[in-house]
Design a protein around this ligand. Structure first.
Ligand code: SF4
Length: 383
């Protein structure tokens, strides 16, 4: 049986944040029930055709959007899904939660539904920064959400944080980090704010009205994050991710190892048997299409990309290099039947010379300089 991760996309939010270009919609609560019906239909399409009979689901990740906004419908969906697809092989079940979108009494319901990991979108512990980001919650609500999750029995909690927020500086970022370390979550994700096209932040930037910390400060923020978290006992195991020993995200490691996953829902992507399938991001279209029969793939799918040998290798290298341990050379040659050094000799030599990658035991990994300049390294493998 081959392992597979399952991703469920829930594209509903109370309000769009100013930086967000994810597939998520505000003010569409009235279609939550039909959306979950569509998810059931999409899953049934695969199950009825026995397409995953030889797969063993290892992880379930419910992301969004704001899955916590849909807790009652989600819990019902999970209970019904377990009747058609054996979920007893799942080792990790994660749900993303945003503060201010879930009641304390709903958190135990998520535990009872089998979720054993929760990821909370904290982003900052400064109210002014949260307001600028367009978040709907305060820092106190974020802390209360964390404490309520603990009380509900969640022993594996991730907190998402953003650095490089307008008006922030090194001192404010450090204060956020110190406060979250005191909460003692098992896992932390630190993301550098990026300005995505067509978002309100992008419009402000075009108008010259968005002032971000300069590049040097953003780099210092990232380095401060690494220093404080590793000093606090977290393992820096992926460019943006830190974990207590034994608490790495199993689901996200499937992506970073470029292994197979099934994505269900509007805008979700699957990577199965060498092909990447992407569903329509338009939530109403998704609901309509999920009920249509469109063999040999669900009608929700709008793009199919067959990855050839070279593309699969390139993506595997880039995803593996996101892991601090880097590319396992034995696993690589077993998977592709060729040694990495033979396939990408010129690129590797160039990156060695620039001190961006290094050989460590049986791995090739980013140097610390390479971690800081990772986008430039990845670019080399795309050329
Ligand atoms: S809560 Fe998350 S998904 Fe929703 S709008 Fe904000 S950033 Fe986007």
């Amino acid at each position: 049986m081959m392992p597979i991760g399952i991703y469920l996309h829930i594209p509903f939010c109370v309000k769009k944040c100013a930086y967000c270009d994810f597939v998520s919609y505000a003010g569409k609560e009235e279609i939550i029930t039909p959306y979950f019906d569509a998810l059931s239909q999409e899953l049934a399409w695969y199950v009825q055709r026995h397409l995953f009979d030889d797969y063993r689901p290892l992880t379930l990740y419910v992301g969004g959007g704001t899955p916590s906004l849909t807790t009652p419908a989600l819990v019902r969906f999970i209970q019904n899904t377990e009747k058609v697809w054996a979920f007893d092989t799942l080792q990790e079940r994660t749900i993303e939660v945003n503060p201010g979108t879930i009641t304390d009494s709903q958190l135990p319901q998520l535990r009872q539904a089998g979720f054993n990991r929760i990821s909370i979108g904290v982003q900052s512990l400064h109210n002014r920064e949260l307001e600028i980001l367009g978040r709907i919650h305060t820092s106190q609500e974020a802390v209360s959400c964390f404490q309520a999750a603990r009380e509900a029995g969640f022993e594996n909690i991730n907190l998402d944080l953003i650095f490089g927020i307008p008006t922030s500086d090194l001192a404010s970022w450090q204060a956020t980090l110190e406060q979250v370390i005191c909460l003692n979550p098992e896992h932390l994700s630190l993301y550098n704010l990026t300005i995505e096209k067509e978002t309100p932040f992008w419009v402000l930037q075009q108008q010259g009205k968005l002032v971000l910390p300069d590049e040097e400060t953003q780099l210092a923020m990232y380095q401060t994050g690494i220093t404080l978290l590793t000093q606090a006992g977290y393992e820096h195991y992926e460019i943006s991710n830190f974990a207590r020993p034994g608490c790495r995200s199993q689901h996200n490691q499937i992506y970073w190892r470029n292994e197979e996953y099934l994505g269900l829902g509007a805008g979700a992507t699957s990577y199965i048997r060498g092909c990447r399938y992407t569903n329509t991001p338009a939530v109403e279209d998704y609901i309509v299409c999920a009920t249509a029969d469109h063999a040999p793939y669900p009608a929700t799918v709008v793009t199919i990309e067959k990855l050839d040998f070279a593309a699969t290798i390139g993506e595997t290298i880039m995803m593996n290099l996101r892991l601090i341990e880097g590319i396992d050379l034995t696993a690589f040659s077993r998977r592709f039947g060729i040694a990495l050094e033979e396939f990408h000799v010129n690129t590797l030599d160039k990156l060695y010379d620039l001190n961006l990658i290094e050989r460590y035991k049986n791995h090739i990994r980013l140097t610390f300089r390479g971690v800081l300049l990772s986008n430039e390294v990845f670019q080399e493998f795309l050329l």
